[in-house]
Design a protein around this ligand. Sequence first.
Ligand SMILES: [Zn+2]
Ligand SMILES: [Zn+2]
Length: 422
Amino acid sequence: MANNPIKAVKGVKDILPADATLWREVERRARAQFARFGFKEIVLPIFEKTEVFVKGVGEETDIVQKEMYTFQDQGGESLTLRPEGTASCVRAFIEHSMYHPPGTITKLYYFGPMFRRERPQAGRFRQFYQIGAELFGALEPEADAEAIHLLWLFIQSINIKGPRLYLNSLGCDTCRPPFRAALVNFLTARKERLCETCQGRYQRNPLRVFDCKAQGCQQVMTEAPTIDKHYCPDCQAHFDRVKKGLEALAIPYELNSRMVRGLDYYNRTVFEVTAEGLGSQNSIAGGGRYDDLIKNSGGPAVPAIGFALGVERLLESIGTPLEFSPGHPDVFIVYMEAAADEAFRIAGRLRRTGIAVEKAFKPASLKNQMGKADKSGARFALIIGEEELATRTAILKNLKNSTQQPIPLANLEESLTGLLTS
Ligand SMILES: [Zn+2]
Ligand SMILES: [Zn+2]
């Protein structure tokens, strides 16, 4: 029978060990930045009740209409693999009453896979990884500036090539209706030039047309009215203070009054970071304020702001390679057949004390083993032959400078720990 090995699902990939070390390093640097700003990790479930996303992300979004992995489980409940993190985070925030006592500021971050059935293309995956952060409880524009600062410092800490920060405000329930009306008027007059999807949705959700990739729609939108002419005094004041905050923190930004972000829940500040070398889909991070989502999801009126980064695209945009230790062994044990039992026991002893040990299961020639020791990146080779066994003294070779010294087997743990930490 022909044996066709099963392959991974289309648009889904393995992260092999060589890449995984870089992933973990990026994650480590993100955690370091989150700690500076007082954010704490939340580990969220990978699937939720479908309504969490339909209500949270918005019925009119591409995500909900076309891209979700939704299924019925054996109990007949409709469940969905999370397409993004904010809706789940809000669900958890409400479920665990994290808003108590009133005035509490809650800062959360998460890592993990998200799922969207997008058309597979370069840098886009159906299971992709995000790093996200949400700040609950602050209405102040300084919270917006601090969230952006956190994002900006992280992006710099991983050497992203040519990052650019775009900023906009989407206004509020006071200033949006007149803007919407102006936009719907504008689009009605140009209806025939819109794509089929936009013709169907522009009256219910005219902002979505800004996000449409169809050429006709993009052309129409270059002349469309923009929100910045419609801000109410409060939104204008908020946005001015966000900009002032960014200037005080020395974060360069560019205004883009056509940027609406692909999600329905945003109000006021929205932002996006792009990087060089990614082509037309050059966004690596985005976020914004969502002051009504918690209330609309059944919780109290708690303002919030957040952002998310796509890990795959981040990794593609790293310029100068990150310097980090990729996890080499500390010691490589090289041994002769006669010393096999002793080498096995020594490996166990050293690992119990926390030393990372590599050794062959079956000893090849000394030369072969020394070659492997060199290649492993280990700091030391511990060499045990018949003679070393008889004298209870191994040879310790420093693989970085090729010096060697005898080392008694009796208190190997202590002497090696001393050498490794010196
Ligand atoms: Zn407003
Ligand atoms: Zn369109």
